[in-house]
Design a binder for this molecule. Structure first.
Ligand code: IVH
Length: 678
């Protein structure tokens, strides 16, 4: 029989391990075990301490709120402890929590709940005095945080001023008190994160590993101009302290915060009983990728804040709320090999080839490794057991090796000296982390260029496989050759029959009527994404004019700086590119753009970007657009952080939710007309 483990030894060991893992997670951003494994160890220690209360020590990780206070920032004592949450991993766990608190207070039996997403970000504590944002801090150790006010000010959706006098629906909750402290979560939305990394990759710069660490790292910068470059968002959910009485329920708290201008998670709901609260959590568990940010569960809170407070805490966890954790999306598996991709600009990117493993219902065989420095920094070796995470709809990534699992047979990775596709030597650009294949005739680069061109121009049926086929067969030697494809030639490719070839040719023809901006973006000029391409197209009106513009003329376009303007000039100067342009013109792929109507100088909407959703009662879409443009505003289709107002009509679409989550101001038609001075 195995020797029984002494509970005191086990507890001590667990405490040591948990402390080490918490430090690696919070301070080094380099965890070596998954969140689920951490939770399991933590749960084991909690259980041991419950069975043997004499084993609990004041420094046990169960007794403190995780996180450390670093020396580099000024400290701020929170007006009330910034608490954590206990975890539930199943509906049964949630019911057990409910039973425990019902025994403490019978009123729980008839309680209603608020269920909110558990946002996987960085907790922030925001102080307002006389309506002004005066100080913001991290959670730190739950008692004392680090003051990061200038960094927090860079968050576009963080209200710098809140109304102290309010009217309308705010009257119900009262105006903001002279002093108010709000708790929220700073996060990078999945979409913003993907855009940020795509932009960095296009410039050959280092990409970020994951949204959470990027947000946390950038908010803890000493130079807030670096923070400002990162698209951080905010979602608030708690009033930590206020002068006078605050809202009595969690639901009113969310309403009140929203009314004061704080962004609040759209998916929060009030549910009348525990069954419907659990059902709501399970519903989101099945479609968590639809939330615009990463979550690791839902939080079920007693709606009655007085009742919740009267129940007290267990250690650092309030009894009145519980986190219903989603199944973990972190697993470990073996890294069998490291492959190398060649991008459109010749950048080489390593990726992990893995022993297949299931993460959150998906079988994963490959994962990103970001860049070659990442492999060295994390000391990732071939044959290592690695920790893997699949987050949101972001591609799975390797967090790092599980060093304890090494057998000694793992091998160091050797940097590639030649391009895996064309075999030519590779070069490392100075001041960049990327390695490049500089062979302009490299077939892998051409394939990616063709694939990118077809994807941006939305050529139906022209995906990765077709791009590979037409390049490998020599039918396409540059993107303009796409317009020289014929049915006969396509029929020579495996898998192409009459119908498929005809459909593809029709899809290619349709490209001729695409807007100029889309074509400019498809050309794949370094640093010129969708937005810059559209702005350049609208400014210059044609490829002829754009091709003749010098760096200075290009920089007259908003958002086009020295490096992008140089990339444009260089692109149009390239011999091969000029030949492509000539062929495109001959093929009739030569759209022009009407210059954007000059915004009315001044005007009530000058400098503002407006989005319209739903049907307005009195104005047609076109009339509303004209009204706004005539008063200096710009009307766009999709809501982003740059949107100044969303005009809301009947039967709005998903734009409303997006606007609310971004904290964009919302107007109805009457409000629009009033603002416009009608
Ligand atoms: S409520 C007494 N609500 O999750 C209030 N926490 O594991 C306790 N978190 O560090 C927290 N989203 O910062 C609450 N909607 C939400 C949350 C949330 C994310 C974080 C919180 C805490 C951690 C607890």
């Amino acid at each position: 029989m195995p020797k029984a483990v002494d509970p005191a030894d086990r507890a001590q060991r667990l405490r040591r391990e948990l402390t080490e893992h918490a430090y690696r997670y919070h301070n080094l951003a380099a965890p070596t075990i998954s969140d689920a494994e951490y939770d399991a160890l933590f749960g084991e220690l909690q259980e041991l301490e419950r069975q043997h209360p004499e084993l609990a020590t004041p420094d046990s990780p169960t007794q403190r709120v995780g996180g450390f206070v670093s020396e580099k920032f000024e400290k701020s004592r929170h007006p009330a402890p910034i608490l954590s949450l206990s975890n539930a991993f199943s509906a049964a766990d949630v019911r057990a929590w409910f039973e425990r608190i019902r025994k403490l207070d019978e009123r729980v039996a008839g309680a209603d709940f608020v269920v909110e997403p558990k946002i996987d970000g960085l907790t922030v504590v925001l102080h307002y005095a006389a309506g002004l944002f005066t100080r913001g801090a991290t959670r730190g150790d739950g008692e004392v945080g680090e003051v990061i006010t200038p960094n927090l000010r860079t968050i576009r959706t963080l209200p710098l001023r809140i109304p102290v006098e309010t009217k309308g629906r705010r009257a119900k909750a009262g105006p903001a008190p002279a002093s108010l402290v709000v708790r929220g979560e700073a996060v990078i939305f999945t979409e913003d994160f993907a855009r940020l990394n795509a932009g960095l990759a296009a410039q050959g710069k280092r990409t970020y590993a994951n949204p959470r660490n990027t947000a946390s790292g950038s908010l803890r910068q000493l130079d807030s101009s670096l923070t400002a470059a990162i698209p951080i968002s905010l979602l608030c959910y708690q009033i930590v302290a206020a002068d006078g009485a605050g809202p009595a329920t969690q639901w009113e708290t969310l309403d009140y915060l929203r009314a004061l201008g704080f962004p609040v998670a759209e998916a929060a709901r009030r549910l009348p009983d525990l069954d419907s609260a659990i059902a709501y959590c399970e519903d989101w568990a099945a479609r968590r990728d639809e939330l615009p940010y990463e979550t690791d569960g839902m939080v079920i809170k007693l709606n009655d804040l007085g009742l919740a407070a009267s129940l007290g805490f267990v250690g650092k966890d309030p009894r009145g709320a519980v986190a219903f954790k989603f199944p973990a999306r972190e697993v470990t598996t073996i890294l069998s090999d490291i492959g190398v991709n060649v991008g459109r600009t010749g950048v080489l990117t390593p990726y992990a080839i893995l022993e297949p493993v299931e993460v959150g219902g998906v079988t994963v065989r490959q994962a990103t490794l970001h860049n070659f420095d990442y492999i060295a920094e994390k000391d990732i070796r071939l044959g290592d057991r690695v920790l893997l995470k699949r987050a949101g709809d972001v591609i799975p990534y390797v967090i790092g090796p599980v060093v304890e699992a090494r057998t000694g047979k793992e091998k160091a990775y050797r940097l590639p000296k030649t391009c895996p596709d064309c075999g030519e030597p590779v070069e490392r650009a100075e001041a960049e982390v990327a390695f490049y294949c500089v062979n302009s005739a490299c077939p892998a680069q051409l394939t990616r260029t063709v694939e990118h061109f077809a994807a941006v121009l939305d050529i139906e049926g022209f995906g990765e496989k077709v791009a590979e086929q037409v390049v490998a067969d020599g039918l396409v030697k540059d993107v303009a050759d796409i317009f020289r494809l014929t049915k006969d030639r396509l029929l020579g490719l495996p898998g192409f029959a009459d119908k498929k070839a005809e459909k593809l040719l029709a899809a290619i023809q349709a490209v001729k009527s695409r807007p100029l901006g889309q074509l400019v973006s498809a050309l794949g000029i370094r640093g010129v994404g969708e937005v810059a391409a559209r702005d350049l197209a609208e400014h210059f009106g044609s490829l002829d004019a754009l091709g003749q513009a010098d760096a200075e003329a290009l920089q007259a376009v908003d958002g086009v700086g020295p490096s992008v303007s140089q990339a444009v000039v260089d692109w149009f100067a390239g011999q091969a590119n000029r030949a492509v342009l000539k062929k495109l013109k001959q093929a009739g792929v030569w759209p022009t753009a009407a210059p954007r109507p000059a915004a009315a100088a001044g005007g009530p909407f000058a400098g503002q970007t407006v989005v319209i959703t739903g049907t307005l009662p009195g104005l047609s879409r076109d009339a509303a657009k004209a009204y706004i443009e005539a008063r200096g505003g710009k009307v766009t289709d999709s809501v982003s952080k740059k949107t100044s107002y969303l005009v809301l009509g009947e039967a709005p679409g998903s734009k409303l939710a997006k606007a609310q989550s971004l904290g964009v101001a919302i107007l109805d038609e009457a409000g629009l007309l009033r603002l416009g001075g009608a």
